[in-house]
Design a protein around this ligand. Structure first.
Ligand code: GDP
Length: 431
């Protein structure tokens, strides 16, 4: 969802105005001694539009002097937010600091709105016209304390904010599944088992056009679209096709899918080819279920060995659910549908900015990022910028080491789940 940053010098009423925008009365955290000031991002809703409000009062850019530090905040806001709200105190008029902020923001390529706060009476209303001099467009008179005109300001804000980036809209209809794995792992056998055991609905779904390369299969009472199965449905596999061709096919299927069943042969050592398939799934950002096939061939010894192989082999997908199946006997094949559902739920899941920042600031307070070059990187705020796959963006004042990012991901999963889905963490460093 789009981000609105609120900037302005101290005491202009930023916090009170933020509360107005959020539609609540209590003081924001920064007025409460002892409460972490890192919690600076909040979810707001106005006229059916959701957006994130960031109170830059919680930021601590390393600039000395009030004017420089407020200007630096404006700079960060301009670079990280989708729109910036500048708050000035109409009862005082434009000060040198307001001028400094305006100077930065006049360069902004994002929308900038000007709120003239503390307009508690008619006399001050007339004064607001002088704020046109800041060169930031029309001043919106408000009284954060009394709520005056904050509705008009909010209307202007949602109008200025870009539409939330569409989470690449998925076409209506059954969810798309790819069945992938190296040759002879049992893909055709599994597809045949699934279409045989469960009622195949390929020709019986009214109004559904099925691409001839796809199969519509009912699993657990629900239709699923298995993509790019034309080659799998032939019972007799032709040995033709180079590995290059097979890998291209796999990639096409993964790209066309939302969730991928990666078939591994439990009776054989995990191979390089298996790992390449897993890497493709992770890089494509698809949800994933691991199906350990040919489980009927696995004895006690093999099982122990397999556990050790998986520990090393699955480092990229420790979050994927594993189902031990046999396409031959049909063992546990019914467990696939619930696993697919869980994975898609994670893939679609969104954590609100408020929840995310509340959790993250506690985590970081307890285990701060490692110091680099004598500096302690700070995480200014975080937002889940997208789903499918879930993507977090962390705005920081310094580089976060890969190990620390993995730590954040692990803790994030412990807290919020996301079984079966990759989670991306992007870090944007702001000085
Ligand atoms: P694909 O190349 O991935 O489509 O693999 P196939 O479905 O053609 O299967 C390759 C071979 O493995 C065939 O001989 C299957 O009968 C056999 N196979 C598939 N699944 C199983 C299983 O669960 N257990 C056993 N024992 N054999 C299987």
């Amino acid at each position: 969802q789009p981000v609105l940053a609120v900037v302005g010098r101290p005491n202009v009423g930023k916090s009170t105005l933020v509360n107005r925008i959020l539609g609540r009365r209590e003081a924001v955290v920064q007025d409460t001694p002892g409460v972490t000031r890192d919690r600076i991002a909040y979810d707001a809703l106005w006229a059916g539009r959701r957006f994130t409000v960031v109170d830059t009062g919680g930021w601590e850019p390393k600039a000395s002097g009030l004017q420089a530090s407020v200007a630096a905040q404006a700079e960060i806001a301009m670079n990280t937010a989708d729109a910036v709200l500048v708050v000035v105190d109409a009862s005082v008029g434009a000060t040198a600091t307001d001028e400094a902020v305006a100077k930065v923001l006049r360069r902004s390529d994002r929308p900038v709105l000007l709120a003239a706060n503390k307009v508690d009476d008619e006399r001050l209303l007339a004064e607001t016209a002088s704020l046109w001099s800041l060169g930031l467009g029309e001043p919106h008179p408000v009284s954060a304390l009394h709520g005056r005109s904050s509705g008009d300001l909010l209307d202007a804000i949602v109008k200025a904010l870009p539409e939330a980036p569409r989470d690449h809209d998925r076409p209506a209809g059954p969810r798309r599944v790819a069945l992938v794995g190296k040759p002879n792992v049992g893909k055709s056998s599994l597809l045949n088992k699934l279409t045989g055991q469960e009622r195949s609905v390929v020709d019986s779904v009214a109004g559904t056009t099925v691409d001839p390369v796809d199969s519509l299969v009912e699993l657990d009472g629900e239709p699923w679209r298995f993509v790019d199965t034309a080659g799998l449905r032939k019972r007799v596999q032709t040995a033709s096709g180079t590995e290059y061709y097979a890998s291209l096919r796999t990639k096409t299927a993964i790209d066309a899918a939302e969730v991928v069943i990666v078939l591994l042969d439990a009776s054989e050592p995990i191979s390089e080819q298996d790992l390449r398939v897993l890497t493709m799934v992770v890089e494509a950002g698809r949800a994933c279920v691991l199906a350990m096939n040919k489980w009927d061939l696995v004895d006690e010894d093999r099982r122990h060995q397999l556990e050790r192989e998986l520990e090393r082999g699955l480092v990229r997908v420790p979050w994927a659910e594993r189902v031990n199946i046999s396409a031959l006997t049909g063992r546990s094949v019914r467990k696939l549908a619930p696993a697919l559902r869980t994975a898609l739920q994670s893939w679609d899941q969104r954590v609100s900015t408020g929840q995310l920042n509340g959790w993250l600031s506690d985590l970081i307070a307890a285990t701060p990022p490692p110091v680099r070059g004598g500096k302690q990187p700070k995480v200014l705020f975080a937002t889940q910028a997208g789903i499918r796959p879930p993507t977090l963006v962390l705005f920081t004042t310094g580089f976060l080491e890969a190990g620390y990012r993995r730590f954040i991901e692990r803790k994030f999963r412990e807290r919020f789940g996301f079984t079966g889905s990759p989670v991306r963490i992007n870090v944007r460093v702001r000085e």
